[in-house]
Design a protein around this ligand. Structure first.
Ligand code: BDP
Length: 699
């Protein structure tokens, strides 16, 4: 019945939209997955015990977004409220962010109780109930209970102070630094609401390629204004810190972390920040990487640098997230090995309020990478996972690539140390770390739909859900997102989930199958560039990564090559050491193999590669057809945008396939297997393409 009504409503909206000549704003994506906004079946009785800003928000969110009347009144209250504690509910293990939603009898009155040990827990409970209802669950009988497995669930904004966003494909930065702190755009509240709804509790406001200006008094005041908006939503603000700030804005001659004047400067700076932002989360630091300053400039270690900053924020309860994304042009070593080589010896040397933030793979957010060997190799250091939500290497704004499977593939990977998985390292279970975290490089900008396309919203959503619970299933997350985003009609949800679940593998197939990586064009990273070989630093060139020649292709990271496999625990290293036991999806990441190497299918490597490129293109064509079939069931605005994007994706998938095959053929001299279409243009044509104004590359 409810589905029927929703449908009738949806088609009524579509008809109305069609009748209007002005552009229909029925669904412009602004409301993300929080779309209900009006009860379908009449008013809901919602009440609240206790009064804090966050409890008030929990109540207001339920009023606004709970889609259907419960057959029970809903009550929002802290577990410590005397009338609730009298019920002796099992709340002890909910911690300070968990929630419990369940029908109870309070003072003889049946109610659906939304509770937690803190008001933040209650707010998360309210959002869990909304999610449950909006994805088709019954309200009156709902029993929901969850506590986050990861403590810090943080977005990293690579936003510059001039409003550009590094690797951002959805407009300009949300933060209007110029008008802050006086003007607080209402969008800041909506941003916080969306994050809170999926459990995100921290945000780093500025790019890791940081400017020292972010740490000056005017910018601290601006950050404080944002922190004020975010606070009731349970979200803390963090800043990326430029390591050389003591020189640039502090007038010191050095930024050497062992210099007492430098440490004193940071301490005073931290004190100043905490006066403005009492719950400031701490610093994120990119040091000695890609030209950024850092402790290595002074012969000090990453631990020296991190610990000095950690001491500055420690008295205030702050932390330091120190990135392990380092590689140096002076180091001839395989780039994939450098972070491990640098950080592994520092295990146990970091202060207890430092987390080392490690990208999911050892190179750089490629469509597929094996898990980073540091996971499992630094048991005495809390490691924070860094995923990239913005799709720098997966088609940027327009390609549909649901990242849930990428995230879970890494989280589920076994490190080779007993039963340990990457997820159990990240959530602290493995070594009983208290400080745990997951960071996601945000895909959010000031586009009306926040992320530059409806399906990109799913990646923000999936990141939040997995940061809360890394054991969640990617398909289940896709389903609940689709239900909230498009309604619960299975005629929509089933094909949407199907498209999402195939999409990332399709991108892998048409950009770099069988473990190829880093084969994109230079700078903007948009489109193919496997031929690029002239860049100054060897490890910036795609030819460095694929090593294709007349005989074969792939990077030998086994004992006969860079021996990067030895950075994994023996059980995993053993598998990766041999092409026969390496998963074929990661084959060329670890091995240089002849073009006629036999894959498990019996095809040669070359045949298998070609087939995968074709499969990637074909999958996009299938996704387009599936989406075409939804035209009557999805509101016009979102349908049309996605349809246009899918046509871009199909064209560009072909482009990737054709350009790559043209290049590989120029290297190996092999014909295409019988029946396979030749590339549309010759290699020179692909090489000649240039994109001077491609977004996300603000240099
Ligand atoms: C790469 C990006 C670059 C970032 C860098 C990083 O291309 O823009 O600054 O990572 O993570 O993916 O620091």
């Amino acid at each position: 019945m409810k589905a029927m009504r929703t449908l009738v409503r949806a088609s009524a909206i579509a008809v109305t939209a069609a009748l209007l000549t002005a552009p229909a704003a029925a669904e412009d994506g602004y409301r993300l997955w929080l779309r209900t906004q009006a009860p379908v079946e009449g008013p809901i009785a919602i009440s609240r015990l206790g009064d804090t800003p966050t409890l008030r928000l929990a109540e207001a969110e339920l009023r606004r977004d709970l889609p259907a009347a419960a057959n029970l009144p809903v009550l929002v209250a802290l577990a410590s409220d005397p009338s609730v504690s009298a019920l002796r509910l099992p709340v002890a293990d909910l911690g300070n962010e968990g929630y419990l939603v369940r029908p109870v009898s309070l003072g003889g009155r049946p109610v659906l109780l939304v509770t937690g040990n803190t008001d933040r827990g209650v707010l998360y409970g309210a959002f869990a109930l909304i999610r449950h209802a909006a994805s088709g669950g019954q309200i009156g009988s709902a029993t929901l209970r969850s506590a986050p497995k990861v403590k810090l669930r943080v977005l990293n904004h690579w936003d510059n102070l001039d409003g550009t966003v590094e690797r951002g494909y959805s407009g300009e930065s949300l933060w209007d630094w110029w008008k802050l702190p006086d003007y607080r755009d209402p969008r800041y509240t909506d941003y916080a609401r969306a994050n809170a709804s999926i459990g995100i509790n921290g945000t780093v406001l500025n790019n890791v390629n940081a400017k020292a200006d972010s740490l000056t008094a005017p910018y601290i005041a601006k950050a404080a204004a944002l922190a004020d908006v975010f606070r009731p939503w349970g979200i803390r603000v963090y800043l990326s810190a430029r390591f050389s700030a003591p020189i640039e804005i502090g007038g010191l001659k050095t930024a050497d972390p062992r210099d007492p004047a430098v440490a004193a400067w940071w301490k005073a700076k931290a004190d100043e920040i905490y006066r403005a932002i009492p719950d400031f989360g701490g610093f994120l630091v990119k040091a000695n990487s890609e030209g950024q300053p850092g402790p290595r400039d002074y012969g000090a270690s990453h631990a020296d640098g991190a610990n000095m900053l950690a001491a500055a924020v420690k008295p205030h309860g702050g932390i330091v997230m120190w990135r392990a994304f380092v590689y140096a042009d002076t180091d001839p070593e395989d780039r994939a090995k450098q972070a491990y080589t640098e950080f592994k010896p520092l295990d146990g040397k970091f202060a207890d309020n430092v987390m080392v933030q490690v990208k999911n793979g050892a190179i750089d957010f490629q469509p597929r990478e094996p898990f980073h060997p540091l996971f499992g190799a630094m048991p005495r250091t809390p490691l924070m996972m860094e995923f990239q939500i913005t799709k720098e290497y997966l088609g940027q704004a327009t390609h549909l690539a649901y990242l849930g499977p990428l995230f879970t593939e890494v989280l589920e990977a076994k490190t080779g140390r007993g039963r340990e998985t990457v997820a159990s390292v990240v959530d602290g279970e493995s070594e009983r770390h208290q400080l745990t975290g997951m960071a996601g490089v945000a895909n959010i900008g000031d586009d009306r739909d926040w992320t530059g396309g409806t399906f990109n919203q799913a990646n923000w959503y999936a990141f939040g859900r997995l940061a809360w619970d890394p054991s969640l299933d990617a398909a289940a997350i896709a389903r609940e997102w689709a239900q909230q985003t498009f309604g619960t009609d299975p005629r929509v949800v089933d094909p949407v989930v199907d498209m999402m679940m195939r999409s990332r593998e399709a991108v892998v197939d048409y950009t770099g199958p069988l473990g190829l990586a880093h084969v994109m064009a230079t700078g903007h990273h948009y489109g193919p560039g496997p031929w690029v070989s002239e860049l100054q630093r060897p490890e910036w060139n795609p030819v460095y990564y694929h090593r294709a020649d007349r005989q074969g292709i792939g990077f030998d990271r086994s004992r006969t090559g860079s021996n990067a496999v030895a950075q994994y625990a023996p059980a995993v290293a053993k598998l990766y050491a041999n092409p026969r036991t390496t998963p074929e999806s990661e084959l060329l990441w670890f091995h240089h193999l002849p073009w006629d190497y036999r894959l498990k299918s019996g095809e040669t490597l070359w045949e298998g590669m070609v087939r995968r490129y074709d499969r990637g293109v074909a999958t996009v064509a299938t996704m387009r057809r599936e989406w075409d079939g939804l035209r009557a069931l999805v509101d016009a605005e979102r349908w049309e945008k996605t349809a246009a994007f899918l046509s871009i994706q199909e064209r560009e998938a072909r482009w990737w396939r054709d350009a790559s095959l043209a290049y590989w053929q120029s290297v190996n001299g092999l014909p295409l297997p019988a029946g396979v279409a030749a590339p549309e243009h010759d290699l020179a044509w692909y090489k000649a393409q240039s994109f001077p104004h491609a977004p996300g590359n603000p240099h």
